[in-house]
Design a protein. Structure first.
Length: 216
């Protein structure tokens, strides 16, 4: 899988709607220019909740996916280093926008995609099934990484933990190497626990079982 751990947009001049972890916070407009605190190397971006079908990032034009695989991680055509990100799309709004360097992490053969609901349905005494009031449906996935988390991963976590991961911000993912085993390509989801790693004995390699819960 590919994942964006450190989102450079969080430390930038971007509008608050673009940095908000809630995709319901929309930035209305077809373009935005983001000034970073310092030059950053970028090879991917994350997009959530937009009506656009294509997006232009500093001259790189990328076609966006379709529901339910639109929200998630996208790769640029090539790596760029810049302190300004210009976003132009053919829609009228977008939710969160993220950018940075993606990490490619191998996962163990066992994968657990899940389709869940928070609705509290009930049975009546006559055997009828009554739908619960409120609630929502969402996806969840468990992936197991065995000694595949290296120093680069730790460095990104250190940069992102205080202002993003530790605050429960969802992450952008892509399962481009897993499409024959996972029923979705992209994902926007939060980890359900803190990052606790199992150490490798001889090298700087760690293991962890991740559970990502879909966010909106």
């Amino acid at each position: 899988m590919k994942i964006l751990i450190y989102d450079v947009v969080q430390k930038s001049s971007a509008p608050k709607e673009v940095k908000s972890p809630s995709l319901a916070d929309r930035y209305n407009g077809a373009s935005v220019t983001i000034t970073l605190n310092q030059p950053e190397t970028i090879d991917c971006f994350g997009i959530g909740n937009t009506d656009a079908t294509s997006i232009n990032i500093n001259g790189h034009v990328i076609a966006l996916g379709t529901s339910p695989d639109k929200n998630g991680l996208y790769l640029l055509n090539s790596t760029i280093t810049t302190n300004t990100i210009t976003v132009i799309h053919n829609g009228t709004y977008m939710g969160r926008f993220a950018a940075g360097k993606s990490l490619s992490i191998g996962v163990a053969p066992s994968r657990e995609p899940k389709f869940r609901s928070t609705q509290e349905n009930r049975w009546t005494l006559s055997g009828q099934r009554i739908s619960g009031a409120g609630g929502y449906v969402f996806r969840e996935i468990d992936v197991d990484v065995r000694y595949g988390l290296n120093q680069t991963f730790l460095n990104d976590v250190a940069k992102a933990y205080q202002c993003q991961i530790g605050r429960g911000y969802p992450l952008f993912l892509m399962f481009d190497c897993e499409t024959h085993r996972i029923p979705f390509l992209r994902f926007y989801g939060a980890m359900n626990e803190d990052i606790v790693l199992q150490s490798g004995v001889n090298r700087m390699l760690y293991s962890k079982k991740f559970t990502f819960r879909e966010a909106f």
